[in-house]
Design a protein around this ligand. Structure first.
Ligand SMILES: Cc1cc2nc3c(=O)[nH]c(=O)nc-3n(C[C@H](O)[C@H](O)[C@H](O)COP(=O)(O)O)c2cc1C
Length: 516
């Protein structure tokens, strides 16, 4: 009998028999396959497609984390300038614990004739100037209170980076480089905040130490770099360094980061350029002096003693950071162990309120631009953050969603299906940076417009005027809601704000393309 005479079902049975023999007698790794040959494989298959099945068919609208379907849908629709409204009223349990309410005024704020927001409904610059108090040579007023948070080229693809950078240029926002150095994809004209991590990527000598000469040269060569951020920690993995595996170091990444090809690159948990809080202040001042730029720090908050030391030293020396970025424990990352991502550092509201009080008590809040990040990329959340003392919002994953991320949560595998968080050329080739930059810009514009509308509904011209008494939060069943000043036990200090027109006329306003 020829092989072709054997019918197909005999081939199937033969195949299954081979699989069964392999499961029982050959493989030793999987007990389930051994104990339940053939059918045991179904478990692995179902487990691998489980997240997608739950996301598309099972999870309800408000169930998923980090971003539920309604939140993702709002970002997608806003980015595409589609209808982002809800019909039939809210589907949220507005009596739930931690639910946030904005107290609306009886009569909303009404912009007068020729008000900047009648000309541009999305114009929403920062009410404070970075570096004003410390008299930096090149102070910077961010032209948008909504900005792109730190994410490095390496964790995100070149196409994603280019889309974000071109997008912030259109929206007049700034783009934080993340700790992976400044790449050509960050250099499409949007305002840049250059981040310095413990690996000093792009500004390191051959031994991995910080090189001031390289930083100064970088700033001089790239006038769109408007501020420097020293990263102390991030919410998803505070106190944990990182490894960039040799396999992910392409020739391009090796050049940008100034790291050797073919070797793992370690970014340690600690900085080697300074050792303590006085050293940090000295480092900040030196960078500010030599570059002329405002210099800030980014951190996730846990213990508060060293922040108190910093604040005391700021009073004693009259020096210190021009801005502080406070990241929540709910913050995202390209990769982090769950023990860190889930447990180390406080969620944003607790961390921010603890930190702000340190500076408030010492009357230092006017010196500092406070930036918040940690799932704050929605107008009502932003209103809450501003009422607590934030002056700007940084968004990372929300920005990724706006350019096509589908929350597959595989950033750490290099297999991101949307091409946003991978170095795989095939996967990222599906991204059209021209289209995606429009999407990012449109998300920012819609966000700003809705944020301005919420602000007006509360009776204010600019969100910096929100106070702790403008927002209520459900705390528990007995005391159903409590104003923020009671929940977090402080009053935000007023921001010196005159008018939106004055912000528009400010010589230090970034995002100049917006003004033309
Ligand atoms: C893919 C990815 C890469 C990141 N890389 C950095 C980084 O290089 N430096 C940093 O300070 N934070 C980094 N973060 C944290 C974000 O900047 C941000 O603080 C955090 O995700 C919270 O913002 P979100 O809730 O809007 O995502 C990264 C986040 C993501 C998702």
């Amino acid at each position: 009998m020829a092989l072709s005479d054997i019918s197909w079902w005999i081939w199937v049975i033969l195949f299954l028999l081979i699989v069964a023999i392999r499961d029982v007698f050959v493989q030793k790794k999987h007990t389930i396959s051994h104990n339940f040959p053939i059918v045991g494989h179904l478990r692995f298959l179902l487990e691998s497609i489980g997240p997608e099945m739950r996301q598309y068919f099972v999870a309800n609208n408000r169930e998923e984390l980090p971003f539920n379907r309604i939140e993702r849908g709002w970002i997608y629709a806003s980015a595409k300038k589609e209808n982002n409204y809800e019909g039939f009223g809210t589907d949220r349990d507005i009596y739930a614990n931690q639910h946030v309410f904005v107290n609306n005024a009886m009569l909303p704020y009404k912009p007068k004739e020729n008000h900047p927001n009648l000309i541009d409904k999305t114009f929403l610059p920062c009410a404070k100037i970075m570096g004003a108090y410390n008299n930096r040579r090149r102070p910077f007023r961010p032209a948008s209170v909504i900005n792109v948070s730190a994410m490095s080229f390496g964790s995100l693809s070149a196409k994603a980076m280019e889309s974000l950078n071109k997008g912030v240029k259109i929206a007049g926002a700034y783009h934080n480089t993340g700790e992976g150095g400044l790449s050509p994809y960050h250099s499409n004209g949007g305002d840049i905040i250059f981040q310095i991590g413990t690996g000093y990527f792009g500004i390191r000598d051959d031994d991995g130490n910080f090189s001031m000469d390289k930083l100064v040269a970088l700033v001089e060569a790239n006038p769109f770099v408007k501020a420097i951020e020293i990263k102390l920690s991030q919410g998803a993995k505070p106190g944990k360094g990182g490894v960039l595996p040799a396999a992910k170091i392409t020739e391009e990444i090796s050049k940008i980061r100034h790291v050797p090809l073919g070797r793992d690159v370690i970014s340690p948990p600690n900085h080697s350029a300074f050792k303590d809080i006085p050293g940090l202040i000295e480092f900040i001042e030196k960078i500010a002096q030599l570059t002329g730029l405002p210099v800030g720090v980014k951190a996730a908050i846990g213990k508060i003693e060293q922040w108190e030391e910093l604040a005391d030293l700021m009073i004693a020396t009259g020096k210190g950071p021009d801005f502080i970025t406070i990241d929540g424990g709910e913050g995202g990352t390209g990769a982090a162990p769950p023990s860190f991502a889930d447990h180390v550092s406080l969620p944003w509201v607790y961390g921010f309120s603890d930190l702000y009080k340190v500076f408030l008590k010492r009357k230092l809040t006017e010196r500092i631009v406070f930036i918040g990040s940690g799932r704050l990329g929605f107008p009502a959340k932003a209103a809450m953050a501003f009422s607590m003392g934030a002056d700007c919002i940084n968004v990372a994953r929300e920005a990724m969603l706006s350019i096509g991320c589908i929350q597959a949560q595989v950033c750490h595998t290099n297999r991101c299906p949307s091409g946003v968080a991978t170095q795989n050329k095939w996967l990222q080739n599906g991204i059209d940076p021209t289209l995606k930059s429009e999407r990012l810009a449109q998300y920012f514009k819609t966000f700003s417009k809705e944020f301005i509308e919420v602000t007006h509904a509360a009776g204010y011209e600019h969100p910096c005027q929100f106070t702790m008494r403008d927002i209520n939060i459900n705390v528990d069943d007995k005391n159903l809601t409590s104003k923020l000043h009671k929940t977090y036990k402080y009053e935000k200090s007023p921001v010196a704000f005159t008018s939106m027109q004055d912000l528009k006329d400010c010589p230090h306003l970034g995002g100049k393309t917006l003004q033309s």
